[in-house]
Write a protein that binds this ligand. Structure first.
Ligand code: DAH
Length: 370
């Protein structure tokens, strides 16, 4: 028995000291393998006298069990430690800040166009578009600009070199040519029988887009944006025009109501023509719409001139309507306070970071405008 005590403490000490699973396996084989010491002891039981076996049997079996238990415990401990080591080596540190990533933003002009479109869409206006490169007819003549009329010069037009046919195309100076294209379509046969054809009056469209004039200072840029509006029906009058613009301006500036005024003006394509001013307060250099005792010009408008209707093939004795033209960038500046119009198109990302909108703020009548 006593020799087992020495064997046991030797084996237990070595098991505890085994540095890894391979070392532990070697000890297991040495003790419990086919030719291991404890296996040898177990085999020796068969050669013993029954008396001897009575005491040696439990002792040797007990030794085997104790060593097997110690081996299992040590294996588990070693496996745990090895797993811990592997986890520690391959650890992801989730607390590290992510590298900065540039996120784009929506340009205020695009945001304002979306806001304006959402409001007019709610009032039943459809969106119509036209080309940026126009001809003289759609940009001027059909809109009742007489030939060589000074109004043509006022627009400071960018002309292209004359084409093969001698015609000089131009960059449209306003979105009003889309009025012409829309009204002309009322007479045009549909391109195919299965395509929805002429947009018969009543017409109710807005036309957002880029416009161009040879002009540059704090309130003018060579490229800018307008939204044209056109309503044609049998009995439209200036009261409809005033209501529509008042509704729009109140919604756009998020006011309950606004005070506006018509100021007589001249546009070749409307008669009578007016500019609409909105009540504002500019004390302290900041423009506050809807309060104070000053006026800010906000939109050009009027009743569509009979010549324009005739030029588009509509009988002015049957149809009449109103039109208006907003400067989108100017409206954006009034709402969001950008001081210099030229900065809006300088392409400086710092400016965009400051004034831009999140793409998640896309305006619509349900979620709100801004
Ligand atoms: N086309 C004008 C401009 O660019 C704006 C305008 C004024 C449009 C009156 C209209 C209108 O449709 O009726 O200055």
């Amino acid at each position: 028995m006593s020799d087992h005590t020495a064997l046991k403490s030797d084996l237990l000490a070595r098991i505890q000291g085994a540095a890894n699973s391979e070392a532990l396996e070697a000890i297991r084989l040495e003790a419990l393998g086919k030719t291991g010491v404890i296996s040898g002891l177990l085999k020796s039981l068969g050669a013993m006298s029954p008396e001897e076996r009575k005491t040696q049997g439990p002792a040797i079996n007990g030794l085997r069990d104790e060593i097997a238990t110690a081996l299992t415990a040590r294996r588990e401990a070693l496996e745990d430690a090895e797993l811990d080591a592997r986890l520690a080596a391959g650890r992801l540190d989730l607390t590290l800040p992510a590298p900065p990533r540039r996120r784009g933003s929506v340009h205020p002009t695009m945001q304002v166009m979306e806001e304006m479109t959402a409001i007019f869409a709610e009032m039943g206006f459809a969106v119509a578009e036209g080309p940026d490169i126009e001809d003289d007819f759609h940009n001027f003549t059909a809109l009742n600009f007489p030939p060589r009329h000074p109004a043509r010069e006022m627009h400071d037009t960018f002309f292209f070199h004359p084409g093969m046919d001698g015609e000089r195309k131009l960059l449209r100076t306003h979105t009003s040519p889309v009025q012409i294209r829309t009204m002309q379509r009322t007479n045009a046969p549909p391109p195919a029988p299965w395509i929805a054809g002429a947009r018969e009056p009543p017409i109710r469209i807005i036309s957002p887009g880029r416009t161009y004039r040879c002009d540059s200072d704090a309130t003018h840029t060579p490229m800018f944006h307008q939204i044209e509006g056109l309503v044609i029906d049998r009995n439209i009058h200036m009261g409809h025009l005033k209501w529509t613009l008042d509704q729009f301006i109140a919604r756009f500036f998020e006011l309950k109501s606004v005070v506006t005024r018509f100021r007589p003006h001249h546009f070749p394509f409307t008669e009578p023509s007016a500019e609409m001013d909105v009540q504002c307060d500019t004390a302290g250099g900041e423009v506050r719409i809807g309060q104070g005792s000053e006026w800010s010009e906000i939109v050009g408008c009027g009743m569509v001139h009979p010549n324009v209707l005739t030029n588009c093939g509509l009988d002015p004795d049957e149809w009449q309507g109103f039109a208006f033209g907003f400067g989108v960038d100017r409206l954006g500046r009034l709402k969001y306070g950008m001081p210099d119009l030229r900065d809006m198109f300088a392409g400086d990302v710092r400016w965009l970071d400051h004034y831009g909108f999140s793409a998640f703020d896309a305006p619509n009548p349900l979620s709100g405008l801004s």
